[in-house]
Ligand binder design. Structure first.
Ligand code: FEC
Length: 294
């Protein structure tokens, strides 16, 4: 069996000049409010992304390490930036892949997130290879164990976080929130941590209600309950995204300071060898039934 992996990520602008096109892609043709664009450019500027983005280098490092670990070709495909998911699919096909494993660098399924990655990959492959798509890996033992080791022994209250989504997903029976709570519970249990809670982060100004509580409000509630020390564990992200470096390290940190709290966060998995081995096991698990059926 000739297999290849398309490793998918949200994508991040490579330089400041890319931000308008990147944001337009996220909006998918819907209007972009000039003040929201200016705010986004400002956030990337303040993170020092003028002419190069370290996040894209981390994704490439992860890809290369996963390729070495698996001994299979791995191609990176971005949902909202380059290299595109479609480019990655073409490269996998050009290399002779008969089976393509689609793995997203986001562990939790939502119709508003993972389904979009799947759709792009399916359309690009267009039946030219068998697609084995990993829908979610939120309860993967390796992933849970990895995060548990990050929080084990802490005396702080642990706040698990993930990207918010429009609240209407709950009416649509979307499993996103349940999967997030499941990861949080499993990680806390594995680490022997009893003192924890969950909150969302990174809500966008789209004019409709989003899932809450938002971490900024949640910190105030925790403080009102007497909590002074918080460890943030962003279970919905695996890299040093804008959402981590800005929303947690800058905004939530400022809120915690205002409230007189100490806020720390776990190191993100990024391209850490143990995390790459977790991803490799997920790919092997996805390929096992295919190999067995041959
Ligand atoms: O450069 C970076 O590191 C940022 C990468 C990035 C990640 C990410 C993850 C998720 N998002 C999800 C949902 C939405 C929805 C909207 C939305 C908007 C943005 C904007 C930027 C952005 N997202 Fe994102 N997201 C990242 C970046 N996201 C930039 C636009 C400006 C802003 O609102 O701050 C609203 C779209 C709209 O306007 O209609 C919905 C979800 C995830 C986690 C799953 C995943 O990674 O795919 C869900 C990383």
């Amino acid at each position: 069996m000739s297999a290849a992996v398309v490793l998918m990520a949200y994508g991040s602008p490579e330089r400041l000049d890319d931000v308008p096109a990147y944001y337009a892609d996220i909006r998918g043709g819907r209007p972009v409010a000039p003040e929201h664009l200016a705010d986004l450019v400002d956030r990337y500027r303040r993170l020092g992304i003028e002419s190069a983005n370290p996040l894209n280098a981390i994704t490439e490092e992860t890809r290369a390490a996963l390729e070495r670990e698996l001994g299979l070709p791995v191609f990176t495909g971005m949902k909202h930036w380059t290299p595109r998911i479609a480019d990655a699919a073409e490269r996998a096909l050009a290399g002779g892949a008969g089976t393509v494993v689609g793995l997203v660098l986001a562990p939790h399924y939502s119709r508003l997130s993972i389904a979009g990655y799947r759709d792009q990959l399916e359309r690009a492959l267009d039946g030219r290879a068998e697609l084995v798509f990993v829908e979610s890996w939120h309860d993967d033992d390796g992933f849970v164990g990895f995060l548990a080791d990050r929080i084990r022994g802490t005396r702080a209250h642990v706040v698990f976080t993930a990207h918010s989504l429009p609240a209407r997903i709950l009416d649509e029976g979307d499993p996103y929130r349940d999967q997030l709570l499941e990861t949080s519970r499993l990680v806390a249990e594995a680490a022997g941590v009893d003192d924890w809670s969950f909150s969302f982060q990174s809500e966008s100004p789209t004019g409709e209600p989003w899932l809450g509580p938002d971490i900024l409000d949640h910190l105030a509630e925790l403080r009102a309950g007497g909590c002074e020390d918080v460890l943030v564990c962003p279970v919905g992200f695996v890299s040093d995204h804008l959402e981590i470096r800005w929303d947690i390290d800058t905004e939530a940190q400022a809120r915690a300071r205002e409230l007189g709290m100490r806020l720390q966060r776990i190191e993100m998995p990024n391209a850490e060898p143990r995390f790459v081995r977790v991803l490799a096991e997920i790919v092997r698990g996805a390929l096992a039934p295919v190999a067995a059926s041959r």
